[in-house]
Ligand binder design. Sequence first.
Ligand SMILES: [Zn+2]
Length: 201
Amino acid sequence: MPGMQKGDILGHEFMGVVDEVGPDVKNHKKGDRVVVCFDIACGSCAYCHKGLHSSCSTTNPSGDQEALYGLKSGGFFGYSHLTGGYEGGQAEYVRVPMADVNCLAVPEGMPDEKVILLSDILGTAWHANEMGEVGPGKNVAIWGAGPAGRVILIDKEVYRLEYAAKKVPGVETLDYSKKKVDAELRAMFGDLQGPDVCIEA
Ligand SMILES: [Zn+2]
């Protein structure tokens, strides 16, 4: 990953129990269980006001990312100095800036295994589906058998394809190490020439 430095701590998806809060934190207290957004938002810039937290214009000081891409994202936890050099969650403790904006309190009774997905992966999948206008009657091809996702799941990791087929009723799978993806998709959808929506998960 570009922008990594010796000693950086990875881990952009995490949750935990609040151990200490800064003087400006109003919504959380010691002992609260929280899930943390992977992107770091200030909550007050123009992008944050539009709900575009991953584009926050104040939390990523990286000049390299701007030079590489022309624009830059907001800060991300555990994602190298390209996204601000914030230490990630693969540690005993992690500091969460602007905790009122970036922490979500977890209701009692909700297991960690379900809530942790809110940190990044569930929101990312939801966003892709919204952008692709996925809905009833749409044919969807998904590259990469993550937990995101007529749905055709394309991967070469057999255990992921088998897991998805078992867990998601009606999902079809395509192993790209054994079959030609383009020809298979065209054959599957006939006159449509392919799926309506393609998502890289
Ligand atoms: Zn902001």
